[in-house]
Structure formats: structure tokens, C-alpha cells
Design a protein around this ligand. Structure first.
Ligand code: AP5
Length: 209
């Protein structure tokens, strides 16, 4: 199954994708995770994108498209994928259609107030990228990842100014993809407001799983 997870920052795309991989048995490919790993490794890509990501703006289309094209050419992605955070612009969606056809696009719908609540309380594992929340999903041991024991931290782009920028960028550049995919008959709306278990239910229902 080839799925695209669409939705504003903080909708819960990464959290749900981590759960959905067990249901649909395909790799979870997050452009945000790939970029953050490159930043942590201080690779040339990481050095190029760090300031852009920290400020809440988008990395340029050419860089991002090339990265995803290469990732989707790898063996594990041949049986399908969950693309989380890509495409994020119309040119990215048009480019993707040239090298892969998604089966469905899940549109995670959530108001800005909830986004602010989720992102301002998010904590992320430095080592494996797992997501936590200070109220809704606390790690069992304070500041340590349940999965790998890594240290959890606050993402630079989860500071209020960067969150507002990301929401503005989402509205201007990503939200038009909702109509783009609806017109193609691929869009499924998922209410992302409830707790994670309920969203997983909504997701399964939308896909008829
Ligand atoms: P990326 O990492 O993709 O960030 P994003 O889309 O802004 O999404 P987030 O990771 O912020 O949110 P999410 O929806 O995954 O929510 P999460 O599950 O973490 O991208 C980062 C940056 O990289 C971009 O700003 C851009 O610069 C660059 N980039 C990436 N892709 C790009 C592209 N295609 N083109 C150009 N640039 C690109 O959940 C959030 C919090 O809420 C967590 O704390 C979680 O525990 C909690 N939570 C989740 N679900 C629930 C729930 N149901 N109930 C209660 N709490 C919940």
C-alpha cells in the first residue's frame, strides 16, 4: 500500500505513522526525520538545511524531491510506503506522480489551537526520533526514550515563532494539496483531534482495514 500522510505540523502524522506501519507493513518515510538525521550527523545536507528547518520554512523542492526519489528506489519501498511530510508543495506532488503513484492520501484535519498545544508540549528522542508529549504521551522515565533510552529534547522548530511560521507555510504551500488530491479521487479525511487510539480507529475506518 502506498500512502501519503498530509496535514498541518503537529497533526500527529509521525505518531500515527509509527503505529500504522504495524498495520500496513510498509516503511514509514518521513522527510522531516531524514533532514533531522542529516543535521545531527552534520552531513553536507544537514548543514545546508539546518537554518531553514529551524526557522520553520521549507527546504527547496529540488533537494527534497531528489531525496525522496532516491529513498523510494530502495528495496523496502517497492512493496509500498507511508510518506509523512512529502509532498508539501504542488511541484513536489507533480514530481512524485512521475516516479510513483500513491494509492491514497490521508488528510489529517486539526485546528490551529490543537496544533499549538501539541507542538509546544512535544519532546523527541535524539537517538531514534520517537515522539512524546509532556501531557498526552510522557516517556516512562523522565527525559529518556522508552524505545531506545536516548535523551528526549525540544525541537528548535517547536518554539512559538517557528510554529507560527510553519502554520503560515502550511496554509500557503501545503493546504492546496488537499484540493489537488481530492480532484484525483485519492483523498480521505481523518479527524485528527481525538487521542491517538481514536485517531488510529479513524485511520483504519478510512482505509477499510
Ligand atoms: P516535519 O518533521 O515533517 O514536521 P511537520 O510536518 O511540521 O510535522 P511535525 O513533525 O511537526 O508533526 P506531526 O504531524 O508529525 O505530529 P507528531 O506526530 O510529531 O518537517 C520538519 C521540517 O523539515 C519542515 O518544517 C521543513 O523545513 C522540512 N521539510 C520536511 N519535509 C519537507 C518537504 N517535503 N519539503 C520541504 N521541506 C520539508 O505529533 C505532535 C505532538 O502531538 C507530539 O508530541 C505527539 O506526542 C502529540 N500527539 C500526536 N498525536 C496525538 C493525539 N492524537 N493526541 C494527543 N497528542 C498527540
Amino acid at each position: 500500500m502506498k500512502l501519503i500522510f498530509l496535514g498541518p505540523p503537529g497533526a500527529g502524522k509521525g505518531t500515527l505513522a509509527a503505529k500504522a506501519v504495524d498495520l500496513v507493513k510498509v516503511p514509514h518515510i518521513s522527510t522531516g526525520v531524514i533532514f533531522r538525521s542529516a543535521i545531527a550527523a552534520q552531513s553536507p545536507l544537514g548543514r545546508k538545511v539546518k537554518a531553514i528547518i529551524d526557522s520553520g520554512k521549507l527546504v527547496d523542492d529540488d533537494t527534497t524531491i531528489e531525496l525522496v526519489k532516491e529513498r523510494l528506489s530502495q528495496g523496502d519501498a517497492q512493496k509500498g510506503y507511508i510518506l509523512d511530510g512529502f509532498p508539501r508543495t504542488i511541484p513536489q506532488a507533480e514530481a512524485l506522480a512521475e516516479f510513483s503513484s500513491a494509492d491514497k492520501v490521508l488528510n489529517f484535519d486539526i485546528p490551529d489551537a490543537k496544533v499549538l498545544e501539541r507542538l509546544s508540549g512535544r519532546r523527541v528522542c535524539k537517538k531514534c526520533g520517537a515522539n512524546y508529549h509532556v501531557l498526552f504521551n510522557k516517556p516512562k522515565k523522565e527525559s529518556l526514550c522508552d524505545a531506545c533510552g536516548g535523551e528526549v529534547y525540544i525541537r528548535e522548530d517547536d518554539k512559538e515563532e517557528a510554529i507560527r511560521k510553519r502554520l503560515e507555510v502550511y496554509r500557503d504551500q501545503t493546504a492546496p494539496l488537499i484540493d489537488f488530491y481530492r480532484k484525483k479521487g485519492l483523498l480521505l479525511d481523518v479527524d485528527a483531534r481525538p487521542g491517538t487510539d481514536e485517531v488510529v480507529k479513524n485511520f483504519k475506518q478510512a482505509l477499510g482495514l
